[in-house]
Ligand binder design. Structure first.
Ligand code: SF4
Length: 312
């Protein structure tokens, strides 16, 4: 039997790598310790509900809405905030901030749901265009992910057994950290049914696809009936075992999670929701209600016990 000649070298490499990994682990552990040190003093949207109510009143006044409007996600979508003039009526902006918003917002689209605007404070401005979005010093252009990984309309496929259907380019708000900036584009687009059908056909014809993520944009931007149609088609494809929805609306526009939406989703057991919260102020009673409501049906699963997030 030929003697292995590489094992000693591999051990050496491993030792070297392991020392790098240990240093990195220590860094991560320190971060965790820092968090646990302050965890109990972090104020969430529950603690700050008084601020939220005050902001809500101010926003309703600026936008000419009522308390009933506030409960209606369609009102929020019709009245999303996307101009400096309106934003200035809600929060104080310094003149350099205004210039930054105009410069960055002219390049990268922005809008905020009135609900999410009520969660803004000087520490939570992750919905407002920032000059930092221009500060990538690497000068490396974003890779043309869509161009090279879209074998059919609206599809992004990077892995053998799973893919994304980008069913919409609309969201509850445009998050400044969004990795899908190019998909969000410069204006709302309603994709024709033909494109959705071609994407579904691609899934039908490629039998190794067992996991489909509907996202965009934000999957909950579609109407209940549009989502129902796509989910029904996917349910009928035998090799699709997992259907996931990518939506940030439980955080950015929790009013969108209605009993009607949940009832429709219950028909498509199992459907997994993958969502994201990025700031303690986002953890509000409204968000909790949105996250818990689907559980009442029992068949609509939240992301934490769902499959990997690797292609979110
Ligand atoms: S909701 Fe998702 S897709 Fe839409 S802007 Fe935010 S991160 Fe991007």
């Amino acid at each position: 039997m030929a003697k292995a000649t590489h094992s000693y070298h591999q051990m050496e490499v491993l030792k070297k790598d392991r020392s790098v990994a240990r240093a990195r682990s220590a860094e991560v552990k320190a971060l965790d310790a820092e968090y646990f040190g302050v965890k109990d003093s972090i104020l969430t949207g529950f603690d700050l509900h008084g601020d939220y109510k005050k902001m809500k009143r101010r926003i309703l006044k600026v936008l000419g809405g009522t308390a009933t409007d506030w409960k209606d996600y369609k009102w929020h979508r019709r009245n999303r905030i996307g101009s400096v003039k309106v934003l200035q009526e809600i929060i104080h902006l310094e003149s350099d901030e205004i210039a930054d918003i105009e410069k960055t917002g002219g390049q990268y689209r922005w809008y905020i749901s009135p609900y999410y605007a009520s969660l803004m404070d000087p520490e939570n401005r992750n919905c407002i265009p920032s000059i930092n979005e221009y500060m990538d010093s690497s000068e490396i252009a974003d890779p043309p992910i869509i161009k090279y990984n879209s074998p059919a309309p609206l599809i992004s496929r990077l892995y053998p057994d799973r893919l994304i259907i980008n069913v919409t380019n609309q969201c509850g708000m445009v998050c400044r950290h969004c990795l899908r900036r190019m998909d969000i584009d410069t204006t709302d687009v309603i994709y024709p049914k033909r494109m959705i059908n071609e994407a579904l056909d691609y899934v039908r014809k490629n039998k190794e696809i067992r996991d489909v993520l509907l996202t965009g944009g934000d999957a909950f931007s579609l109407s209940d009936s549009q989502l129902d149609h796509i989910l029904t088609e996917l349910d009928e494809i035998p090799h699709v075992e997992i259907t996931r929805l990518g939506s940030r609306m439980p955080c950015s526009l929790p009013q969108r999670v209605t009993p009607e939406l949940c009832k429709m989703l219950e028909k498509h057991d199992p459907v997994y929701l993958q969502t994201q919260f990025n700031h303690p102020r986002e953890v509000t009673p409204e968000a909790r209600k949105a996250v818990n409501m689907p559980d009442q049906g029992g068949s609509y699963r939240k992301g934490s016990d769902g499959p990997s997030e690797r292609d979110q």
